[in-house]
Design a protein around this ligand. Structure first.
Ligand SMILES: *Cc1c(COP(=O)(O)O)cnc(C)c1O
Length: 491
């Protein structure tokens, strides 16, 4: 009896457990790891211990929470003020609390009749997100785990809408992405059973934006060859440089060619909350579907993406299959079941984690935070181009600032030397443990980047990053250091 009841603590025990967890979390949040770095080798003692199976007999909560403390101390804080690598994730505490509440009450939001309030909360959030990106009041969509799942769901929806029920002909479907598009689109195509040749990579112009004329020519050639173009994907903020494709021109092309127009705004789409973002994302409002990642540009903890669609009926058409075991479940008149909109049936209720912070802080707070990040990116760009030896070929569209040490000349040997010097610069900056930046291959060149998106990153942190970059750049001066690095790295 005792062991069975062990799974059901009483109210007093629950309060003690929750209090202990809160206490640990607040301690962890207020004592970040002293150095910002990627965790060390995987085979350390903690890893070995965590890989062990659970014991038959109970362990006290305290020691178990200590393991979680160890996990927190040993991992990279991707929402740290100095974290400007990859794409930061803010991890708003209020979101975690909304999540905790939803998990603790554990209602079944997948079927609207079982938890109409939770379904409404998710639909309310989704409709607001769709309004933010300009898809209009009739738009819909659903919350997913991230941008990759949203892009996959978009691709499946687009193919169904344009090519119909999958058949032998489906394999002749083609889609068009920019050279700088996120690899999750190619992954989605593969998961959806398309051959890798179905993903047509449209070249970019000098400015790294997809070239609409080149896209039009590829679509025409593919049609002439008997292929079935069905989807055009623009990117609203590429991962490498934060560049926004010419979204309005791509909308015209998609409409003329009858292609489904998807915009991958996982990183950048929600900058449309700001005036500058609205201006720079002009044309996104004409998409058939848009991916956004609240775990990036709404500062949520990792695990929340959204697919927004102009016509929600297209989502249902692509995903709804009559489920025999749920035949006795009545439909809700206004809010269709979330399970009919996407790939998942049972899932966590994803509304509270975004509804709570949005209402608690108000939309203006998010708009102001994004505006601040845009300011910081402009300042970082201006400061970096003023550093001798550094170039930043494209001013930031959003909050990714890309830069590199200038090559001594246009010849392959100088380029190779500059790439090696840039890798050296990256390592030197990250070795400080004060900030973390990352790299990307842009137009074949090893390029460095800052992505300013943590809600904790303010002017002082960006100034420190620029100072550390400038100091490292001086120590790797192209005239001397580059040649040395080049020789060292090529033996
Ligand atoms: C981050 C990102 C993705 C992938 O999103 P996940 O949430 O990591 O799955 C896709 N596209 C773009 C442009 C991104 O920035």
């Amino acid at each position: 009896m005792q062991q069975i009841d062990a799974l059901q603590p009483d109210r007093t025990a629950m309060a003690a457990m929750a209090g202990a967890v809160t206490d640990r979390v607040l301690t962890a949040l207020n004592n970040p790891p002293p150095r910002l770095e990627l965790a060390g080798p995987a085979a350390d003692e903690l890893t070995r211990e965590l890989l062990q199976p659970p014991a038959e007999q109970p362990t006290e909560l305290g020691p178990l929470l200590s393991r979680l403390d160890d996990v927190a101390a040993q991992s990279t804080d991707v929402g740290d003020a100095g974290f400007m690598a990859y794409t930061p994730s803010g991890g708003l505490f209020a979101s975690a609390l909304g999540e905790f509440y939803a998990r603790a009450i554990n209602r079944y939001s997948t079927l609207t009749v079982a938890a109409p309030g939770l379904a409404a909360m998710e639909y309310g959030v989704v409709r607001w997100l769709a309004e933010v990106v300009g898809l209009g009041a009739r738009a819909g969509g659903l919350l997913l785990s991230g941008g990759s799942m949203a892009n996959l769901t978009a691709l499946v929806t687009a193919r169904y809408a344009r090519l119909g029920e999958p058949g032998p002909d489906t394999a002749r479907g083609t889609l068009y992405v920019g050279a700088e598009a996120h690899y999750s689109i190619a992954k989605a195509a593969r998961l959806a059973g398309l051959p890798s040749t179905a993903v047509r990579v449209v070249p970019s112009g000098e400015d790294l934006r997809m070239d609409p004329a080149a896209a039009a020519a590829m679509v025409a050639a593919d049609r002439a060859a008997g292929l079935r173009p069905f989807m055009l994907v623009g990117t609203a903020g590429t991962t490498a440089t934060g560049t926004v494709d010419p979204l309005a021109e791509l909308a015209v092309l998609a409409a003329r060619e009858g292609l489904w127009y998807h915009v991958d705004g996982a990183y950048g789409g929600l900058f449309r909350l700001t005036d500058r973002g609205r201006h720079r994302l002009f044309g996104i409002e004409r998409a058939d579907s848009v991916t956004v990642d609240p775990h990036k540009s709404l500062f949520l903890p990792c695990g929340t993406g959204a697919l927004l669609v102009r016509d929600p009926a297209t989502l249902r058409a692509a995903h709804m299959v009559d489920g025999a075991c749920l035949a006795d479940v009545p439909d809700h008149p206004d809010l269709p079941d979330l399970s009919d909109q996407g790939p998942e049936l049972t899932r966590e209720a994803r509304g509270p984690r975004i509804w709570l912070p949005l209402h608690l802080y108000g939309v203006a707070a998010f708009r102001a935070a994004l505006d601040e990040k845009l300011d910081l990116a402009e300042q970082a760009h201006d400061a970096l181009v003023a550093v001798p030896g550094l170039v930043a070929p494209c001013p930031p569209d959003l909050t990714v600032v890309s830069f590199q040490l200038r090559a001594a000349g246009p010849d392959p040997r100088s380029i190779e030397a500059a790439d090696a010097a840039n890798a050296h610069l990256l390592a030197a900056v990250n070795a400080t443990g004060r900030v973390m930046i990352s790299s990307a291959t842009v137009a074949g060149r090893f390029t460095l980047r800052l992505c300013i998106l943590s809600p904790r990153t303010h002017a002082g942190h960006v100034e420190e990053a620029v100072t550390l970059i400038a100091r490292a750049a001086r120590s790797i001066h192209p005239a001397r250091g580059v040649g040395r690095v080049f020789r060292a790295s090529t033996g």
